[in-house]
Design a protein around this ligand. Structure first.
Ligand code: MN
Length: 254
């Protein structure tokens, strides 16, 4: 069944990229379009969503996501009303979540409140695809989550094996980036995941590939790595990831 989200001829998926934080976002989107990479372009605050949508409007491979990053929760909580207003404009929500490295208790309390408000807005708006940040806060994220109808993608997951299994049991997905595959712990985790729950992400420009910021086109290398972990050919692994994204982003069944 054709996906409502993927443009024709798409070969790869970058499920989490901060396109708007590159020095030249249009050039990044153009390169991804040329290489037929679909890009979920996450944002960190509601006020930067519409400018990104305008930049991305020429690129059918770019899927803009409305976000409020946990590390900006205190600073940008006032943008929640804008978040609610813009939510109808996209099926994709991210980057959102919780970050347990926050040193202030007020910070974590605000993050929980902001995530709770976002999930509440989603319960009223209808199903969405969520790109979730959970650094040192996997359990807290599970606790905050509730029953919002959504496809959840755990971005740069770094929790325990038991937490990974709990996320699998909830029907959630994992987007894998170059940094995860570069560490023994990350590789072991990726190896333990069912292949039908794995997606690829660059997390550009924050992750690094060969000492430079990663880009959407780097996901073909992740597919290559996954192919060897799964003992598949590159084309089969590429197809698995595309099919996973099709299922994950098809909200008709949520
Ligand atoms: Mn990110």
């Amino acid at each position: 069944m054709p996906s409502p989200q993927l443009a024709p001829g798409i070969r790869y998926v970058d499920a989490h990229c901060h396109v708007d934080l590159f020095p030249d976002p249009v050039e990044v989107m153009r390169e991804a379009s040329r290489e037929r990479v679909a890009v979920v372009a996450v944002t960190n605050a509601p006020s930067v969503f519409q400018p990104l949508v305008r930049l991305a409007s020429a690129f059918e491979n770019v899927l803009p996501a409305l976000g409020l990053h946990p590390e900006l929760a205190v600073e940008r909580e006032s943008e929640l009303s804008l978040f609610r207003k813009l939510l109808e404009e996209t099926d994709f929500v991210g980057e959102i979540g919780l970050d347990g490295t926050s040193r202030s208790p007020r910070g974590l309390a605000t993050q929980r409140r902001v995530l709770g408000e976002i999930l509440h807005a989603i319960e009223r708006s209808g199903p969405k695809v969520l790109m979730l940040h959970t650094r040192r806060a996997v359990r807290a994220t599970f606790d905050t989550f509730g029953d919002a109808r959504a496809s959840v993608i755990l971005h740069w997951f770094n929790g325990t094996d038991a937490q990974a299994r709990a996320a699998v049991d909830r029907g959630w997905w994992f987007s894998v980036n170059p940094a995860m595959l570069g560490s023994p712990k990350g590789r072991a985790l990726v190896r333990s995941l069912p292949c039908d729950r794995v997606l690829t992400e660059s997390d550009g420009p924050f992750a690094n590939v060969k000492n430079r910021p990663s880009r959407p086109t780097d996901v073909s290398r992740i597919v290559e790595d996954l192919a060897s972990l799964w003992e598949l050919g590159h084309e089969d692994a590429r197809w698995v990831i595309l099919e996973n994204f099709r299922r994950c982003s098809d909200l008709r069944s949520r």
